[in-house]
Design a binder for this molecule. Structure first.
Ligand SMILES: Nc1ncnc2c1ncn2[C@@H]1O[C@H](COP(=O)(O)OP(=O)(O)O)[C@@H](O)[C@H]1O
Ligand SMILES: [Mg+2]
Length: 301
């Protein structure tokens, strides 16, 4: 296994806030990895440290076995960050040319333009006058400028409409087939599930799950038993006391008992004579797994 990214016991504090707390991970060549987590989980901070833009408070980051700030490393990476700041006083085409000039083996300007779909009229605009969507396209072009082996995208699809989103993921799929290593952050579960082969789930600056999307879903095979009851309070109190029930909640007049063992929960519900009706067993939703892992129930895995 060729390790492209190595993060060893990395912590980052901002004053009293611990944004990232003692995380370790490695990413191998050619993989597509989603860093998933709610806002404030530490995703951007982690990416920034991988890129060498932020210095860890403790621990060590290596890209291609070297310090991320090394020029040889910089030559092989590209990034599209959350905050796209473009240089004033330059037209779009000039910004692209400028970025290309930083790299030893850049893609041609024409290639970048065609990949990112920037139209001729956009290329003539001042870079700081672009719309949000156009800025994102430019950001994408700049990330690809050096024809990098390793790409970082921080929340790449926030604010994009469905067409633009699909377009972006189509482009990423193409980069994948070229053997690029791709790391992206998202707080959209579905996106992580659809487009990555590995999800690293962050919460409160820590990694709470790491694995293939299907394994993450299956391992914590949260299914639920749900029902209606005329005495919801009593039903909930009782169901909550079952040792097989991980978590219990009420939604739209139904009580949901999240569990790994729906058979046992059903058996108990009936054997204890609970006045229930319209009983359903449901496959755990991805959202449920996400909520569970990022809620107070830390260390489920
Ligand atoms: N420059 C900074 N100064 C102070 N606190 C910061 C800074 N950057 C991030 N944080 C804090 O660190 C935590 C993680 O932030 P961030 O990495 O941006 O999360 P995410 O990208 O997952 O939303 C948050 O509590 C955030 O407020
Ligand atoms: Mg962020």
């Amino acid at each position: 296994m060729k390790k492209i990214v190595e993060v060893k016991n990395v912590t980052k504090c901002f004053g009293k806030t611990t944004a990232v707390n003692d995380i370790s991970l490695t990413i191998k060549k050619g993989s597509t990895v989603a860093i998933l987590g709610p806002n404030g989980a530490g995703k951007t901070t982690t990416i920034s440290m991988m890129l060498g833009l932020l210095e860890p408070t403790a621990g060590e980051v290596k890209l291609f076995g070297e310090d991320p700030k090394q020029l040889t490393v910089r030559n092989r990476i590209g990034a599209m960050l959350q905050e796209v700041s473009v240089i004033d006083q330059l037209k779009v085409r000039e910004v692209i040319e400028l970025f290309r000039s930083y790299y030893t083996h850049p893609l041609s300007t024409e290639e970048l333009i065609s990949v990112t779909g920037l139209h001729e009229d956009v290329l003539k605009k001042w870079a700081n006058k672009l719309s949000g969507g156009q800025k994102r396209r430019l950001g994408f072009a700049l990330a690809l400028a050096g024809n990098p082996d390793l790409l970082f995208f921080d929340e790449p699809t926030v604010g994009l409409d469905i067409t633009a989103r699909k377009n972006f993921w189509d482009k990423v799929s193409m980069l994948k087939t070229q053997g690029k290593t791709i790391i992206f952050t998202t707080h959209y579960l579905q996106e992580a599930d659809d487009f990555s082969e590995r999800i690293i789930l962050f919460n409160n600056g820590e990694i709470v799950a790491d694995g293939k999307p299907d394994d993450i879903k299956n391992n914590i095979s949260t299914r639920s038993v749900s029902f209606q009851s005329r005495d919801k309070h009593a039903a909930m109190t009782l169901v909550e006391s079952f040792e097989e029930v991980i978590h219990c909640y009420e939604k739209e007049d139904r009580i949901y008992a999240v569990t790994n063992d729906t058979d046992a929960v059903l058996a108990k519900v009936f054997s204890q004579g609970l006045p229930v009706k319209h009983v359903f067993v449901e496959q755990g939703r991805l959202e449920e797994v996400f909520d569970l892992l990022t809620s107070k129930q830390k260390g489920v895995l």
